[in-house]
Design a protein around this ligand. Structure first.
Ligand code: FE
Ligand code: FE
Ligand code: ZN
Length: 299
């Protein structure tokens, strides 16, 4: 049997009534063989117990459709800021929430949790990085799972940390559980942070030198509305932004990234998910000029 090397999917939503089974069905409807989901709302930490999320049914569907759960990814809510040294209550909230997210991720049989490193909110990156590393040490001391955290490379908007490979490397260097840490590259974020995403060889060489290529657990494939170095973080549909289809296609099929899940987080168009066609184009290499118009004209 030919070994599958390309794992590509998108964000899907965990919604009533079918929850996890619905995530899998949504992914399959896009022609995807992986996906990313939040185990509740992205912007808050209110969560339903995982026992109510139809996990067994979802796992059964994964088996039926050949979806390998080791390539599926959970995204932690983005309100967590373990790097905030200015508010002690944020620190303990972040710790408790990350522990809970790791356990929830484990309940789904998923082994990768993507986490935004956070923001220093004026205190400076150095102390923020130290605190985040210590929070993660305490998290890994107590969560009781083997789920890995993939620190996402950020665009550098506001006082975000983790927008340089060096900062990601510092977080890992301060860890007592470095085996539990990896990285999620985001093409839009790297572009917006100032990296040259048009030279993947050089980009990944630099990443390998600073962090280590083996740390990459996931790649977010997004076009960017903004030019290199804009520090914005506005995702654009594939082919409509500053990175463009050809370069995003290269990321998806780049040999060094074989086997690593590639996940789209591009915007909806007029309430329609763009993922089926975006995934199809990124698989085949055949770009359809003006593809978005089919969504824009229907109302
Ligand atoms: Fe993210
Ligand atoms: Fe992302
Ligand atoms: Zn983003």
């Amino acid at each position: 049997m030919k070994e599958e090397k390309l794992f590509i999917g998108s964000h899907v939503s965990l919604a009533a009534p079918s929850y996890f089974a619905g995530c899998v069905e949504e992914a399959v409807s896009y022609g995807a063989n992986t996906f990313i989901f939040y185990t509740g709302a992205p912007q808050n930490t209110t969560r339903k117990p995982t026992s109510e999320l139809n996990i067994d049914e979802g796992k059964k569907l994964c088996l039926e459709h050949g979806i390998d759960l080791s390539k599926v990814v959970v995204h932690a809510p983005y309100v967590i800021n373990g790097a905030n040294v200015t508010k002690p209550e944020m620190r303990s909230f972040a710790k408790d929430t990350i522990v809970s997210e790791l356990r929830r991720t484990n309940d789904f049989g998923v082994c990768i949790l993507v986490l935004h490193p956070g923001a220093h909110v004026g205190a400076g990156a150095e102390t923020a990085i130290k605190q985040l590393a210590e929070v993660l040490n305490e998290v890994f001391d107590s969560d009781g799972t083997n789920v890995k955290i993939a620190l996402e490379t950020m665009a550098g908007k506001g006082s975000e940390i983790g927008s340089s490979f060096e900062q990601i490397a510092q977080i890992i260097a301060l860890s007592r559980h470095p085996d539990r840490l990896g990285v999620c590259l985001d093409t839009c974020h790297m572009n917006d942070a100032g990296y040259d995403v048009f030279d993947i060889d050089a980009l990944l060489e630099e990443f390998d030198r600073v962090v280590g290529i083996k740390r990459i657990l996931c790649v977010h494939i997004n076009d960017s509305k903004n030019v290199r170095g804009a520090n914005k973080d506005r995702h654009e549909n594939i082919g409509y932004g500053e990175i463009g289809f050809n370069q995003l296609y290269r990321f998806v099929h780049y040999p060094l990234l074989d086997g690593i899940p590639k996940i789209l987080e591009t915007p909806y168009i007029n309430g329609h998910a763009p993922y089926k066609i975006e995934i199809e184009m990124l698989k085949s290499g055949h770009y359809i000029d003006g593809w978005k118009s089919q969504f824009e004209n229907d109302n």
